[in-house]
Design a protein around this ligand. Structure first.
Ligand code: ATP
Ligand code: MG
Length: 348
């Protein structure tokens, strides 16, 4: 699983470095709340880094996907704008990259139909991430969208023929489904031609950052430290984070997940090795670790928080970014849809 993906990541990085323009990224997030440190170190950091290397970047605000695990998409317009503010704050550059909302691009839904024909019900229902999300769902009944959204996500990736997807670990089963869709479409209808590429997942050094309760840091689980949180709020959240009874601090993700997650967070913010960070704190214990984590996070996020506050003053800009991104994404999606239809021999 993750180990194999990591090995592939090193090779991928080398290929990207040699030919950044040979790669195109598509990836996104659900507008369900402010982005957090899990997003940042799991995927956002990679998106911006690769954008700055010259890789073309598409970022989808997955608004339809909000309905997978809740009955209504609450305060949607507000969450969409917050998400775009987070993107701008971390350095996604709308002059080079495309930020768009899923619902602004109807061709994505039209791609869903042929894509669904290429996967089996068994494949959709054994997806471990879907199972986990059903377990945490706020809905009374599990919707059809819960099982089919990974195919929807394949459209978010394949519509622009993206071949690279920087994501957290929870997304690996979905990425695998996107690869299956592309492969089967090419085999069944492409006549040996690659109509769509098989996208590669790119995992970061923190593909599964834990939240303050020791479970996956997640917008919906109340255990996250938001990028936009204030310095005091950050300090309070980290102070309340779960640790363990052992005083001496070590970096041992398998046996001490909560402590190790705080060590990793500190190390990522400082650009250091987590083992060294743990050694430095050593017998000073959890409170020293929390103080170090708080300082490192607040310092690392300060420039992003300042940029975010600046962009928040100009909502017109945020809406313009989305509108222009939507237009670009639509033009590309229409072209791909035409190609897919032509390959399938559809009449209209
Ligand atoms: P929600 O609770 O609404 O599902 P989320 O916090 O899980 O929100 P998503 O919008 O589902 O966030 O995920 C967006 C991207 O961020 C995905 O690529 C996902 O893998 C990544 N990501 C989310 N949480 C983490 C985490 N804790 N560690 C690493 N990557 C993460
Ligand atoms: Mg999620």
């Amino acid at each position: 699983g993750v180990r194999a993906a990591r090995l592939r990541s090193a090779e991928l990085e080398e290929l990207i470095r040699r030919d950044p323009r040979g790669f195109r990224i598509s990836t996104g997030d659900r507008p369900t709340g402010r982005l957090h440190l899990g997003h940042y170190f799991g995927t956002l950091h990679n998106r911006v880094r690769l954008q700055n290397l010259g890789v073309e970047l598409f970022v989808v605000v997955a608004d339809y996907q909000v309905l997978t695990d809740r009955d209504v998409a609450d305060r949607l317009a507000e969450h969409v704008e917050e998400l775009v503010l987070d993107y701008l704050a971390v350095g996604v550059d709308p002059a080079r990259s495309t930020i768009f909302a899923h619902s602004a691009v109807p061709a994505l839904n039209q791609l869903l139909l042929p894509f669904l024909s290429l996967v089996s019900v068994a494949e959709l229902s054994r997806n471990p991430t879907v199972k986990d999300e059903i377990a945490h769902s706020r809905r009374s009944a599990v919707s059809g969208l819960m099982f089919t959204y990974p195919a929807h996500q394949a459209a978010d990736i394949l519509f622009c023929k993206a071949n690279l997807v920087p994501v957290g670990q929870d997304q690996l089963p979905h990425l695998e489904l996107s690869r299956v869709v592309a492969r089967r479409l090419n085999n069944r209808y492409g006549g040996g031609r690659a109509v769509l590429p098989e996208p590669e997942a790119l995992l970061s050094a923190a593909p599964l950052l834990l939240g303050t309760d020791g479970a996956k840091m997640s917008k919906s689980r109340g255990n996250a430290i938001a990028l936009a949180a204030g310095a005091d709020e950050t300090a309070r959240l980290i102070r309340g984070a779960r640790t363990d009874a052992e005083r001496h601090i070590t970096y041992a993700p398998a046996t001490r997940p909560e402590v190790s997650s705080l060590v990793l967070l500190t190390a990522l913010c400082l650009g250091r090795d987590p083992r060294q960070v743990a050694d430095d704190i050593g017998g000073a214990g959890a409170s020293a670790l929390k103080a170090a984590a708080t300082e490192a996070v607040n310092e690392h996020l300060a420039p992003m928080r300042a940029r975010r506050a600046m962009y928040a003053e100009d909502r017109g800009h945020v809406r313009r970014v989305l509108r222009e991104g939507g237009e670009r994404a639509n033009a590309i999606a229409e072209t791909t849809l035409r190609e897919v239809r032509a390959a399938m021999g559809t009449l209209y």
